[in-house]
Ligand binder design. Structure first.
Ligand SMILES: *[C@@H]1O[C@H](CO)[C@@H](O)[C@H](O)[C@H]1NC(C)=O
Ligand SMILES: [Cu+2]
Length: 477
């Protein structure tokens, strides 16, 4: 079968409209333990654009992403020998849809910034140091992003450098997609995890850099042409500074105090992102019962309004709890709440760690210490698929049709399963990732097939490829 060039080009434009599968740092794990969607993670608060690349490398969003100057309530604890895992998703609220379209080729890095408060620090400016990076593996002919996409389920796992000083840190994974870099548009993806490092170590970075500012337009690393004919201009120098040398810090500063901010509240009985549901007031009268239900729905409202782009699975479960309380009132069971104070948060799952990287670096860091051996790594093929935490442990029956006093109009459970917010809140999750493909079929694959059946010159192919990978239509940057 033969296609004309214009037919192929039309197909390319259709595809470009349909697919803009970018990515976002969505979820954080400590030693494989899932901390919960968005828990301890600074991310964009705009569900429809949360996966977009950073506006430009001079933007303050380069530090911790859009909205990244604002801390979140929770700070996750790690130990000096912990492995941290950063999960990237193409769909902010659905890990099953993959990490990123394979067209996004480029390096990755991990930065830390020691801060006095992981919640209050504004993230931008000096203090950042690189602990690891990975660019292009010439023998494998593989970019770091390709490894994460094809071998790691979108999860970047890194073992912390040994002996790091204890205290609060922001941990910043960085991906760079180079498909339009030679056109002046290097596309960075980042976000930050707020961590408390429990460590008696004394190591501090010998030097730090400012973000934004750690990369500059025009540098080879951010203007590299991955489409160059007849081949790339290797070696590829990774962007940013070398992996920081670690030196002994002052001994007084090495004394680490206990974590005093961002802990999970002891009375938290449901989590969603950085939100916690608290038990409703106890009651022994009909009036008290309905008031407790209202208290519950008021909390649900806050949950949905604060729900991050990763969605509201915990809010949905909380709403079911509120329905169950209302049912108690209807059944004239006016003593409660039942199981007062019981933590209803679904058990956090533990993933099997895939390829764990240690502190090592690519060509920009030739002067740095020898690579640290990586932690025992298991085959990534063994890594389990992401399992949803939404499995309801205590699924109450749905509310009866009649709505007595104090009853909030709850979202239907069907709508909630796709992270839809109650109609009465301002946040609608139906707007999540409107640009993402409607089917699981990869339209790029089809596009490539079409192109291959047409005789196109290298230049034309590259031109079409760039159109395909242009930023969103209508995206202002
Ligand atoms: C490139 O990949 C090969 C094969 O997985 C690996 O042995 C090698 O260490 C990698 N090179 C670098 C520089 O990471
Ligand atoms: Cu993209």
């Amino acid at each position: 079968m033969k296609f004309s060039k214009s037919q192929a080009f039309a197909a390319a434009l259709v595809a470009a409209n349909a697919v803009n599968a970018h990515t976002m740092f969505s979820n954080f794990y400590v030693d494989g333990l899932d901390q919960g969607d968005a828990t301890c993670v600074r991310m964009s608060n705009n569900p429809s654009q949360a996966t977009f690349p950073i506006a430009g490398i001079t933007s303050e969003d380069m530090a911790c992403g859009v909205n990244g100057k604002n801390g979140v309530a929770r700070v996750c604890k790690a130990n000096s020998d912990s492995t941290l895992t950063f999960e990237f998703r193409a769909w902010s609220n659905d890990a099953s849809k993959g990490m990123l379209d394979i067209s996004h080729k480029g390096p990755c890095a991990m930065y830390l910034k020691k801060v006095s408060s992981a919640v209050d620090d504004g993230a931008t400016g000096n203090g950042w140091f690189k602990i690891w990076d990975e660019g292009y593996n010439e023998s494998k002919k593989q970019w770091c992003t390709e490894r994460l996409i094809t071998e790691e389920n979108g999860r970047l796992s890194i073992k912390l450098p040994a002996g790091l000083q204890g205290g609060y840190y922001l941990a910043r994974p960085e991906l760079l997609a180079l498909h339009a870099a030679d056109k002046g548009d290097p596309q960075f993806y980042t976000g930050c995890a707020q961590i408390y490092l429990e460590s008696s170590g004394n190591k501090v970075p010998a030097e730090t850099v400012s973000i934004p500012g750690h990369v500059q337009y025009g540098q080879k690393a951010v203007s590299f042409n991955i489409w160059r004919w007849p081949g790339m201009d290797l070696p590829y120098p990774n962007p940013g500074p070398s992996v920081a040398a670690l030196v002994d810090g002052s001994s007084s500063a090495s004394v680490s105090s206990d974590q005093i901010e961002g802990q999970r509240p002891a009375d938290c009985i449901m989590e969603n992102g950085n939100w916690c549901g608290k038990e409703v007031p106890s009651y022994s009268t009909q009036d008290g019962c309905w008031k407790a239900g209202q208290n519950c729905w008021d909390q649900a409202d806050v949950c949905w309004k604060s729900a991050p782009p990763t969605g509201g699975k915990g809010c949905d479960l909380w709403g079911k709890y509120c329905e169950s309380l209302n049912n108690q009132c209807r059944d004239k069971n006016w003593n409660g709440p039942p199981n007062a104070g019981k933590d209803m948060t679904p058990k956090h799952t533990t993933i099997q760690l895939g390829g764990v990287v240690g502190t090592r670096s690519g060509p920009t860091a030739a002067a740095n210490p020898a690579p640290v051996a990586s932690a025992s790594a298991t085959s990534s093929a063994d890594a389990p698929e992401y399992t949803s935490e939404a499995a309801a442990s205590s699924e109450p029956t749905s509310a009866a049709a009649s709505s007595p006093a104090y009853t909030y109009v709850a979202p239907s459970s069907e709508a909630a399963s796709s992270a839809a917010a109650p109609a009465s809140t301002s946040l609608s999750f139906s707007t999540i990732a409107p640009e993402a493909p409607a089917t699981t079929e990869n339209p790029w694959a089809r596009y490539h097939t079409v192109v291959e059946t047409v005789v196109v010159t290298e230049v034309e192919y590259v031109t079409q490829y760039h159109k395909r990978h242009a930023r969103h239509f209508g995206q202002k940057y």
